[in-house]
Structures are given as structure tokens and as C-alpha cells.
Write a protein that binds this ligand. Structure first.
Ligand code: BES
Ligand code: ZN
Length: 587
């Protein structure tokens, strides 16, 4: 009742905000500002999915689309979906092997584990791969029978490089479990060898993964060694053998395990908002271009919210992330509604991106048009902090002509492009790249206020946002008016390969090792295309802190680097011309 009351007040409020500024079909700073003020203002409290504010947000976007005369595939353009708000361990997780009960510190069900009990014998299946392609043929399951049994598998792969290798795309924990399940396993136990993870700790991904259908645990080496004891071999010995020999070594372990996993998932409803313009050319109108931006953010922040200030419970306004992208998509939609693109264009704002690209994943799996009719996806995520005219465009490797086309348009544009080939990125275009779609990902990059309550409208570069919005509207029209279809091209892995290996990281700088002392670490050179360069680090900067912890010299620097892992996004404080500047380095 309270919710409905709140909602009706808010919808009244909405009529006040919405459409008040929408007279001008051109892309204007006042209109962008008006969207930003609402989307990243106090009313929406940080746009957390599944909240009453999330519904107000959805209605705002829907009404805007409608006011431009766009069409919907469903009522108000709302595409509902569920997302898992929390998945926590229940009270009845246990692992008993040969009659003795494992300590709760030594095992943990994966967030994607299903609940259930299995009592069965155990098989060791190496790295748990079954791969056959041009470069590799390897089956860790050959010569063993795993039907109805527990399978013990090593995490990672036997080449260990933090770089991409032949195994990278098949080594996700969840994928290994799925494969074992497909081959008949009743349950799976994963353990990290010391080459994969130096510290013997459990770091099973928490969060929102869909359940796999069988119980699966991560265990410490300590526990795995006990499970392996009838075979008189340890995890480290097995890992060493597999690395050295590069052949499979799978065998029965004479141990019976009784394992019970209990994972409790809580689900909530949220939505994508989808509108479209039908193409004007009857021969081309069944081809669609998707222009999207995520509308959700971190709400009030807090532990587990991916806030970078988890102790501060306050509105995480997300003005740049990603009220900027949504405002731009609205303005592009309004402008294009007055033009006549030959191909059809879908405008979509995604929900629950911050929860793991859930909305775009749902869209890609439940597309309102046949997915094969989608020819291109343009994603706008964090386009509000243009600095030094530098616009980042990802995905340029996903279609052969992208690079030369973009470089041609750069000449006429007010931007300096920073292009990257990869189709995967930490935003919604990844869901389309995973479906073999050409994608382009526009962003002005990370900054010190990223995922904090300080990401506010007053720090948005409005002129820059306007220029970016206008530029993307132009290139969208260019692609929408082309006769031909863009060819898809692979550009790197389809999913994140980060967060796995520790220890072999670099910022991509040349440090000055000649200067001893405790005043910081001077940067002699910055390598183009590497994390430090991406964060805006410059030759001559002096690194004085990483993640708020002091760096006095090269030893401190190496130590701090050792605490980080691939995929981390870490604030780095540098001294430049006497002032302290905070940069955000994406590893
Ligand atoms: N807006 C960010 C992605 C981003 C980061 C764009 C830096 C441009 C520069 C997005 O909302 C986000 O937070 N993504 C997550 C990953 C995602 C898979 C949940 C992230 O980067 O941690
Ligand atoms: Zn974000």
C-alpha cells in the first residue's frame, strides 16, 4: 500500500519533470542538463534496481520515448525481468569425506551452486577441459567414469599465463562445472593450485550467477590434500605434473564424499525500457541498430554494492555512470525521431547493469526482434566527463571497417579518439558481442569519483556531453542509411578473463629506480595502451600512493602492486607540478 502511494506521488512528480523541456528536437545542453538533474538527483536515490525509484525511472524514460513519437514492442516499452538480489549460504552446508567432517573454513559453495545433497565416490579430472579445435585437443575426462560421482578439478589452466592462451575462454569456474555436469557428474569440487592462486584462500565468486543444477564447492588446498590422501598425492604435485607434462592425468580417488550445498537466492523485478523507430526503407527496415545505455546505479551504496566507498551510505548519484549515457540516448532518440533512418533503430535503457550486465543479457536472450536482424549495437556508458577532448571507443575490432571509418570521422570531430579493439568490456555491449554482433562502446573513461557518492551532475562536462551525443547520433544515422550490413569480426574473449591470476601485474610505466628515498616513485615513461596511460598518468608524475596507501619508493610500489589483482580498478595518487592528482588505474 505504502509502495503504491509512494509511486502515485512520484508519478505526479514525474509529470512535473518529464517533458517540460522537450520542445526542441535538437540535442541541447539545457535538455541534457534537465535529464541529468532528474536521473541523478535526490528523487531517484541512486537508481537501485527493484526499488520504487526504479519504477519512477522506468516511467520517466518510457514517457520521454513516447513523447518523441517512438513505438513500443510491449506496454510502455517495459521489458520486465528478475535479477538475484542476494545469494547467500544457508545453514546446512557440509562436506563429509570418509566419515570426517570438513571445517567450514575449508569449503564454500559457489554462488552458482544449486542446493542439494550428494553422497558419492570421487574422481580427479585435472583441469576439467574437453577441448578440440585447430590449436588444441585435450580431454581431461578421457579414461575415467564420472557418472553420478563427485569430480575434483583444478581452477585455471596448465599454462598459467595471465595473458590469453588456448584455455582462457574455457576456464571459468562455472563453465567447468557445466561441462562436468553435462558429462554426468553429480557434484563438483574446485581447488586453486598455488600457481593459480598463491594464497590458499577461498575466493568463489559471489553474486548473481544463475544456478548450474548440481551442488558445487570451492575448497582450500588444505582440504583437497586430505581428500586426495588415498591417492598419495597433493594438489601442488598434481599441478606441477600437469604443467610439466602437458598431458592429462585423471584418476579415481578412493574416497566417498557426502556433500550438502544450500544456497538461498532472493530475486527482485526490474526492467529494460525499449522503444523503436521503424526504418523508412522497406528493403532495409527489418535490420535493426540498437542504441543503448544502462539506467541503473548503486542506490545508497554500502557493502557488496560495488561502491568504492562502501562505508559511506549515501546517494550514489551516478551522474556520469550512467545518467550521462541515458540522457544522451534520450536526446539521440528525440533527434532521430525527426529524421528518416532507412534501417530501424531500437533505443533501449538497460536495468541491472551494475549487477552484472543482467538487463542487456536478458535483452540479448529475449530480443523483441529476431536477434539475427540486429546488425550493430552502440553502447553509451559514462560519457559525461570529457577531458582533453579524449573520447574512448571500444569494440573497433568487431567489424572490419570500423577503425578506418572512425578515424575518418575523427578529423571532422572535436575529439581525440582512444580506440580499443576488444569486443568485451565492462558494460552492456559485452552482451551483444557475446552474440557475435559488431559493437561500439563510447566512454569518457574512469575517474576518481567513479562508483562513489561524488559522481554528481556538477562535475559533468555538459558541452562535452552534447558534442558526444551529437556525434553518436550522426554515426548512428550513417550506419542506419547504409545498404550493406556490417560484417562481424572476433575481437578478443567473449567474457571477462580478469580477476584470476595474481602476481604478474604491471601499470605499464618505467619507474625511476635510481632515486632512493621515501618521497614517492618517479615515472620516467608511460607505455601507450597500458593501464597507467589509460588513467592519464604522465611522464614526470611521482606516484605517492596506491589505493590510499603510501608509496615512498620502488619497493613500496612493488609491494602495493603485489596486493592487487588483474581487473582491479585502483586509485593512484601522483604529484604533478606540485599538486596531488588522483587517477584511477584499471588493471
Ligand atoms: N560504467 C561502468 C563501466 C565503465 C567503467 C565504463 C569505467 C567506463 C569506464 C559500469 O557501470 C560498471 O560499473 N561495470 C562493472 C562491471 C560489470 C560487468 C558489472 C565494473 O566495471 O566493475
Ligand atoms: Zn558502474
Amino acid at each position: 500500500m505504502k509502495k503504491i502511494f509512494l509511486l502515485s506521488i512520484s508519478i505526479a512528480l514525474l509529470s512535473f519533470y518529464s517533458c517540460s523541456s522537450q520542445q526542441n528536437p535538437e540535442i541541447t545542453v539545457p535538455e541534457l542538463k534537465s535529464h541529468l538533474d532528474f536521473l541523478a538527483g535526490d528523487v531517484l536515490k541512486g537508481r537501485y534496481p527493484g526499488t520504487p525509484e526504479d519504477s519512477i525511472l522506468a516511467h520517466y524514460i518510457s514517457r520521454e520515448f513516447k513523447s518523441y513519437g517512438l513505438e513500443f514492442f510491449s506496454e510502455n516499452g517495459i521489458q520486465h525481468f528478475d535479477f538475484v538480489t542476494s545469494s547467500k549460504q544457508g545453514d546446512s552446508n557440509s562436506l563429509i569425506f570418509n566419515g570426517s567432517e570438513a571445517s567450514p573454513d575449508d569449503f564454500m559453495p559457489f554462488a552458482f551452486s544449486s542446493s542439494g545433497s550428494v553422497s558419492a565416490l570421487t574422481v580427479f579430472a585435472g583441469y576439467g577441459f574437453d577441448l578440440k579445435n585447430d590449436t588444441i585437443g585435450r580431454n581431461d575426462y578421457s579414461g575415467i567414469d564420472i557418472k553420478g560421482k563427485w569430480v575434483l578439478i583444478l581452477r585455471g589452466n596448465p599454462l598459467s599465463e595471465d595473458k590469453k592462451n588456448v584455455f582462457s575462454s574455457a576456464q571459468k569456474d562455472r563453465d567447468k562445472v557445466m561441462l562436468a555436469k553435462d558429462k554426468g557428474a553429480a557434484g563438483v569440487i574446485l581447488v586453486s593450485g598455488s600457481k593459480f592462486l598463491a594464497i590458499d584462500e577461498l575466493n568463489a565468486s559471489s553474486g548473481n550467477s544463475a544456478q548450474v543444477g548440481i551442488p558445487c564447492f570451492q575448497v582450500t588446498r588444505n582440504l583437497a590434500n586430505k581428500i586426495l590422501s588415498p591417492a598419495k598425492v597433493s594438489v601442488t604435485e598434481l599441478e606441477d605434473q600437469l604443467f610439466q607434462n602437458q598431458t592429462v592425468n585423471s584418476f579415481d580417488i578412493e574416497v566417498k564424499i557426502e556433500g550438502t550445498a544450500e544456497i538461498i537466492q532472493q530475486k527482485t523485478k526490474t526492467s529494460n525500457i525499449i522503444a523503436y523507430i521503424k526504418g523508412s526503407d522497406p528493403l532495409l527496415s527489418n535490420e535493426y541498430i540498437v542504441i543503448g545505455a544502462h539506467h541503473d546505479h548503486l542506490g545508497m551504496g554500502g557493502e557488496g554494492s560495488s561502491s568504492r566507498m562502501p562505508d559511506t551510505i549515501d546517494v550514489h548519484y551516478g551522474a556520469d555512470d550512467n545518467a550521462s549515457g541515458v540522457s544522451a540516448v534520450l536526446e539521440i532518440a528525440e533527434k532521430i525521431s525527426q529524421l528518416k533512418p532507412r534501417k530501424s533503430i531500437i533505443f533501449v535503457t538497460f536495468g541491472a547493469e551494475e549487477k552484472g550486465l543482467i538487463g542487456s543479457g536478458y535483452f540479448a536472450a529475449n530480443s523483441p526482434v529476431p536477434i539475427e536482424n540486429i546488425g550493430l549495437m552502440l553502447n553509451l556508458d559514462m560519457v559525461g566527463r570529457l577531458r582533453d577532448s579524449s573520447l574512448q571507443i571500444g569494440g573497433v575490432g568487431t567489424s572490419p571497417g570500423f577503425k578506418s571509418f572512425l578515424m575518418e570521422t575523427e578529423k571532422e570531430s572535436p575529439f581525440k579518439f582512444s580506440l580499443s579493439e576488444a569486443g568485451y568490456g565492462p558494460s552492456d555491449h559485452a552482451s551483444f558481442y557475446a552474440k557475435d554482433k559488431p559493437v561500439l562502446f563510447f566512454s569518457t573513461g574512469a575517474h576518481a569519483d567513479y562508483h562513489t557518492p561524488n559522481d554528481r551532475v556538477d562535475s559533468i562536462n555538459l558541452g562535452g556531453l552534447k558534442d558526444i551525443t551529437a556525434y553518436i547520433a550522426d554515426i548512428a544515422m550513417h550506419f542506419a542509411n547504409q545498404d550493406s550490413r556490417l560484417a562481424f569480426q572476433e575481437a578478443g574473449p567473449k567474457e571477462s578473463t580478469s580477476g584470476r591470476y595474481r602476481g604478474k601485474l604491471s601499470f605499464g610505466i618505467m619507474p625511476d629506480v635510481s632515486e632512493e628515498g621515501t618521497e614517492g616513485l618517479k615515472v620516467l615513461a608511460v607505455t601507450e595502451g597500458k593501464p597507467a596511460a589509460g588513467a592519464g598518468m604522465k611522464k614526470g608524475d611521482v606516484i605517492v600512493a596506491i589505493d590510499g596507501k603510501t608509496v615512498g619508493n620502488i619497493q613500496d610500489y612493488m609491494f602495493r602492486l603485489g596486493q592487487l589483482k588483474q581487473g582491479d580498478r585502483v586509485p593512484v595518487t601522483v604529484l604533478r607540478n606540485g599538486s596531488r592528482i588522483e587517477l584511477l588505474v584499471q588493471l
